[in-house]
Design a protein around this ligand. Sequence first.
Ligand code: PEP
Ligand code: MN
Length: 339
Amino acid sequence: MIIVLKDNAAPAAVQAFCRELQSMGLTINDSVGSDTHILGLIGDTKSVSESWVLANPVVKTCRRVSEPYKKANRKFHPDDTVVEVGGHKIGGGAFAVMAGPCSVESAEQITLVARRVQAAGASILRGGAFKPRTSPYSFQGLRAEGLDLLAAARAATGQPIVTELMNSEHIPLFLQRGVDMIQIGARNMQNFELLKAVGRTQTPVLLKRGLANTLEELVMSAEYIMAEGNPNVVLCERGIRTFEPSMRNTLDLAAVPMLKSMTHLPVVVDPSHAAGIAFMVPALAKAAVAVGADGLMIEVHNDPARAKSDGAQSLTPDQFDELMGVLRPELEFFGKKLN
Ligand code: PEP
Ligand code: MN
């Protein structure tokens, strides 16, 4: 249930009302927005009668929320959430580009790509250290050494880093290396213990949609993280499995406006994993901006033909530079601020 408070509600009376609700075993999600103050009730609200709520003088309106997601629900928090990653904002009109190689391969590779994507306008450096690969015989990532190389690239450029976490035992390692944003990959979107573990940190989380998951399932996974106390969640549409074999996945662009109506969380698009083919990435990136995405994640490699993973979908630094040149005026047209 959400309760919208009157604009002139006395703070002491609101506090007394909140205490009464808490004594009924409910948790309150208090959201003071730009033009509304909303109390979102979490728990079993069946016994809370609407007429009893409406009788309280601080209450303007109330309504039941049928969706299973609460903290992530836009009804609980009408304003856009803005997530900050190393001083760069995502959401609420602020647009962030995360770019870098699929895998961190060497010090030379990651620092070169970091400098090039930064010069082109990306604010966050991506790079996988622990890689989820279909085959156990494929390159598995440089693991802890990869995190060290990312940290060194950040020290050299000042760019915050985002990298994938696959095992909650690695969280201390990620925090020691100062990972600025933890990526939960598509394959782990419903690894609920992992979601709870990142929910117990305050590090921003990039939550990628699973290969065959509905939007409600994606938002419920965000709810797992938020329910543990971490509100810094960014959702990522990265393509889903369909019957179409021409592309690696099918980019579900309609997910962007739908997710933004369901939740207040920022939504970014990863056209690289969606398409799986580099030539399609610029077109899909432009389309993502047009449907209202709050950011992009794009794979960039200095030598795609020799990449240890996902070379076919990686842009060269020159191609990325060119794409950013096209995105800048498009972002301006849509009133988004690249930061
Ligand atoms: C990645 O970002 O390199 C990756 C493995 O992504 P996804 O989880 O979307 O497949
Ligand atoms: Mn990849």
